[in-house]
Design a protein around this ligand. Structure first.
Ligand SMILES: C[S@@+](CC[C@H](N)C(=O)[O-])C[C@H]1O[C@@H](n2cnc3c(N)ncnc32)[C@H](O)[C@@H]1O
Length: 218
C-alpha cells in the first residue's frame, strides 16, 4: 500500500525543527522532569508520539523498553529507532491494565477534538494502563504572556515571510486552530482534570507551556 500523502500540518511540523533540534529539546524536558532518576528498564509509552523524536531522546537517556502510539502512519514511518510503534487512537489504548510504568504526552492532548470529553477519555485510559505507583509526564501549550506575544508575531505577514520557523509554527496553528484554541481557553478545567487523576510531582508553567509530572491517584 503506498504511504499516505503528507498533510500541510505535517509538512510545517517537519520543517519547524530539524530532528536533532527536536531531540535536544525533548532531552532538556526529560532532564527537567527528573528522568535521570527514573529506572532505565521502565516500560515507557509515548502517546501522540508523532515522528518519534521523543522516543529517540528517551533512547539517548538510556531507556530501553519504549513504545509509541500515534494516529498518523506518515509520521510514524519517519521514526528510525528501537521502540515498538503502534498506529492507534490514544482515546482507546490497546494495552492491558497496569501494564506500563510511565506514559508521556508531548503536544498531543491539545489535538483532541472534543473537550472535556476526549480529555477525560484519554486520561482515563492513561490511568488504566499506567500501573499504581507509576508516573505520567505531560507537556502541552499553555496560555502565558510569552505565547500571547508569539501569537501576535504570527499575525504579522512580514515577520512570517522573514522568519521561516515562525511561519511554520503559524501554519501548524492555522491547521489545528479549533482544538488549539479550545485547549488554551480552558486552563482551569484542564488542570482540575489532571489533578483529579494524578498527584503532582513536578509542575511548572512558563514560556507558553505546562510541564506536568505526576503519579496516578488510586
Ligand atoms: C503536535 S504533534 C506532537 C507529536 C510529538 N509528540 C512531538 O512533540 O513531536 C500531535 C500528534 O498527535 C497525533 N494525534 C492526534 N490525535 C490523536 C489521537 N486521538 N490518538 C493518537 N494520536 C493522535 C497527531 O498525529 C500528531 O502526531
Amino acid at each position: 500500500m503506498p504511504a499516505a500523502a503528507e498533510t500541510p500540518w505535517e509538512k510545517a511540523y517537519r520543517e519547524f525543527e530539524t530532528p536533532e533540534q527536536e531531540i535536544r529539546k525533548f532531552m532538556r524536558r526529560l532532564d527537567s522532569a527528573g528522568a535521570a532518576s527514573w529506572p532505565r528498564d521502565a516500560r515507557i509509552v509515548e502517546l501522540f508520539c508523532g515522528r518519534g523524536n521523543g522516543l529517540r531522546a528517551l533512547e539517548r537517556f538510556g531507556f530501553t523498553r519504549l513504545e509509541g502510539v500515534d494516529l498518523s502512519e506518515t509520521l510514524l514511518a519517519q521514526y528510525t529507532g528501537s521502540a515498538r510503534l503502534y498506529v492507534g487512537d490514544c482515546r482507546e489504548l490497546q494495552f492491558p491494565d497496569a501494564s506500563r510504568d510511565l506514559a508521556i504526552v508531548q503536544g498531543g492532548l491539545h489535538h483532541l477534538p472534543t473537550l472535556p470529553d476526549d480529555l477525560e477519555r484519554t486520561l482515563a485510559e492513561i490511568l488504566r494502563v499506567v500501573r499504581p505507583g507509576g508516573r505520567v509526564m505531560f507537556v502541552e501549550p499553555w496560555s502565558t504572556p510569552f505565547l500571547t506575544a508569539v501569537h501576535a508575531l504570527c499575525r504579522m505577514g512580514v515577520v512570517r515571510r522573514l522568519w521561516a520557523r515562525l511561519d511554520n509554527l503559524a501554519t501548524m496553528i492555522e491547521h489545528e486552530r479549533e482544538t488549539y484554541e479550545a485547549w488554551l481557553a480552558r486552563p482551569g478545567e484542564i488542570l482540575a482534570l489532571l489533578d483529579e487523576c494524578f498527584e503532582r510531582e513536578r509542575v511548572s508553567i512558563g514560556l507558553g507551556k505546562i510541564n506536568f509530572v505526576g503519579r496516578p491517584r488510586s
